[in-house]
Design a protein around this ligand. Structure first.
Ligand code: CP
Length: 321
């Protein structure tokens, strides 16, 4: 019995109906909506363990995977998720599109829609780009990362991984370490973790983790060694050089000395602590290479869970249309 349709349809849709055609960010989601996506992803993860992993749920619909900024994980994950749902998929990158000839984002997206796109997954370097399209198109718009604003499916797959590994999110101490200022992953994670009841601590250089973040309801520290032992989860972020306009710390060597997850620091974590990273990793900078590949690292598990989470997001948003 490889057709999962009945199980998927019978999820808790009466308790927490999903009515959004778009997924633009985590900030605007209710706790019920967040939980509904995670529960739906659990059902799709189960489907992924079957011999035949492809389901006819969205057969006849078309998805455009529109990446105006580079990506490995998110782009391949959305493409595979779409194919498993039997969507027709078209991949478009900025350099291979007429954006490079001066066509506007809106005109480009209207071309996709005129060609029958039901869903547009978009990554863009400008915050708000996904929201801009969502108000102008009938197609579902899924934000695959917009500037330093939000990366909702990354936060969903991160919280899914925490929930699956540790059995809950509420009450956990989650330490997010690194370049918070320029990180859309951090913002989406903060919204998701706080809504689900976790305690969030941000750590990194004061230039990249300003005290202003405390207004979101998190704790800010610049002393990693004082908070390591309390963490149930440590989520490491890379330095986002592509978004920085000046130097925020003296050198990578100094960054690693003060904020890198070295072997010595990893030894001070709880034995049960999860080590996470959204990728791409800069080995030897924010994380020791052996720790990244070690037993407490769930970095590749995050990638695997991303597939189920993205299937859930596509399924729910397409259904809401
Ligand atoms: N985590 C993440 O967004 O990775 P990519 O840039 O490879 O998609």
């Amino acid at each position: 019995m490889d057709n999962p349709q009945p199980e998927i349809r019978n999820r808790k849709s009466e308790d927490a109906p999903w009515t959004r055609k778009d997924l633009l960010g985590i900030r605007e989601l209710s706790v019920a909506e967040l939980t509904h996506i995670l529960d739906t992803a659990s059902a799709f993860k189960e489907v992924g363990r079957r011999t035949i992993k492809k389901v006819p749920a969205l057969r006849g619909m078309t998805l455009v995977n529109f990446f105006v900024e580079n990506s490995t994980r998110t782009r391949t994950s959305f493409e595979l998720a779409a194919k498993r749902l039997s969507l027709d998929v078209v991949n478009v990158s900025a350099t291979a599109s007429s954006l490079a000839k001066g066509e506007t984002l809106k005109d480009t997206a209207h071309i996709f829609q005129a060609n029958g796109a039901d869903i547009i997954v978009m990554r863009h370097s400008s915050a708000g780009a996904a929201h801009f399209l969502s108000t102008r198109l009938r197609a579902s718009i899924i934000n695959a990362g917009d500037g330093a604003h939000e990366h909702p499916t990354q936060a969903l797959l991160d919280t899914f991984t925490i929930r699956e590994r540790l059995g809950r999110v509420a009450g956990l101490n989650v330490l997010i370490l690194g370049d918070i200022l320029f990180s859309r992953v951090a913002r989406s994670n903060i919204h998701a973790l706080l809504k689900l009841g976790a305690r969030v601590t941000l750590c990194g250089p004061s230039t990249l983790v300003p005290r202003a973040f405390e207004q979101m309801g998190v704790t800010v520290t610049h002393d990693l060694d004082s908070v390591l032992a309390e963490a149930d989860v440590i989520n490491l972020l890379r330095i986002q050089h592509e978004r920085q306009r000046k130097e925020y710390f003296p050198s990578l060597g100094e960054y690693t000395a003060l904020f890198g997850l070295t072997k010595a620091r990893a030894a001070r974590l709880k034995p049960s602590a999860l080590i996470m990273h959204p990728g791409p990793i800069n080995r030897g900078v924010e994380i020791d290479s052996d720790i990244a590949d070690g037993g407490r690292s769930v970095i590749l598990e995050q990638v695997t869970n991303g597939l189920a989470v993205r299937m859930a997001v596509l399924y729910l948003c397409a259904g809401a249309r």
